[in-house]
Write a protein that binds this ligand. Structure first.
Ligand code: 0L1
Ligand code: MG
Length: 259
């Protein structure tokens, strides 16, 4: 059967609904290029909205060296967030709707103003931010063993699964985001750490990148929307029984039970 945007969107959403992983689409459709992959991503968003989900923002993926090295993909990407992905703090990882969740610490912006590319600088991007929060993204690739190429992961909405917001929202003027640190703790042991500088040198660079990339696709980041700026460290597995905590310097802690 021939591959096209519709079929790829159907296959990826079916994997999500049935909690089934699969080989990368590019194994069967090597011609899948980045623009077509974004068309698949946009089609999956269209179908999510048609079934009643609400668009609440965007997420960046692969903005840190740690993530790029681990996933063997050297370029950042942008994907969509809907309200169905927002998980309340304190609730265990929703294993019943995920395939093989992993969790990663992020810095999250809540926008005060609309941000439209092209040509947005990091300073302009930061000036449009209302608050910054700690975040925990629960990624869940639809590809077996998280093996994918850039077009695969773009089509798969950057492995979006769910995310949790931390307890403290600060104006970005109140902290130096390059120095905002996170300790990653698994079962009581610190296994990793990073500062905001890991994210494109400054998370506002990632925000500007998102605005400029979305402009190319005919979209803007709207006031009130959330922007997940990308994993600061490699993600850690979150199977049932795991206890993961992200401790930030000024933005509080997020505890995640594997279930
Ligand atoms: O599965 C992945 O790691 C790709 C999405 C990247 C998420 C991130 O870097 O924040
Ligand atoms: Mg992420």
């Amino acid at each position: 059967m021939k591959w096209d945007v519709d079929r790829a969107a159907t296959v990826l959403l079916d994997c999500e609904a049935t909690r089934t992983d699969r080989p990368p689409i590019t194994d069967e459709w090597p011609e899948l290029d980045q623009d077509t992959a974004y068309a698949v991503q946009d089609e999956t968003l269209r179908r999510r909205l048609a079934r009643g989900e609400r668009l609440i923002g965007v997420k960046l993926g692969l903005t840190s060296r740690a993530k790029q090295l681990r996933m063997n993909v050297a370029s950042p990407l942008v994907a969509w967030l809907t309200d169905a992905m927002l998980s309340p703090a304190g609730v265990p990882v929703p294993q019943d709707r995920l395939i093989h969740p992993r969790v990663e610490p992020e810095l999250v912006f809540v926008m005060r103003e609309r941000l439209t590319g092209p040509g947005v600088s990091a300073a302009q991007a930061l000036a449009a931010v209302d608050r910054v929060y700690a975040g925990a993204e629960i990624i869940d690739s639809r590809y077996r063993d998280f093996r994918f190429t850039l077009p695969d992961v773009v089509a798969d909405n950057a492995s979006a699964g769910a995310f949790v917001l931390g307890p403290v929202g600060l104006s970005p003027e109140r902290l130096d985001l390059t120095l905002e640190a996170v300790l990653v703790e698994v079962d009581g042991e610190v296994v990793d750490s990073a500062t905001g500088a890991a994210v494109q040198g400054h998370p506002a660079e990632a925000l500007a990148l998102a605005a400029n990339d979305l402009a190319r696709r005919g979209h803007a980041i709207e006031a009130g929307q959330l922007v997940l700026t990308g994993g600061m460290t490699d993600a850690v597995p979150a199977p049932p029984g795991a206890r993961v905590a992200f401790h930030f310097t000024n933005l509080g802690s997020i505890q995640l039970a594997g279930g």
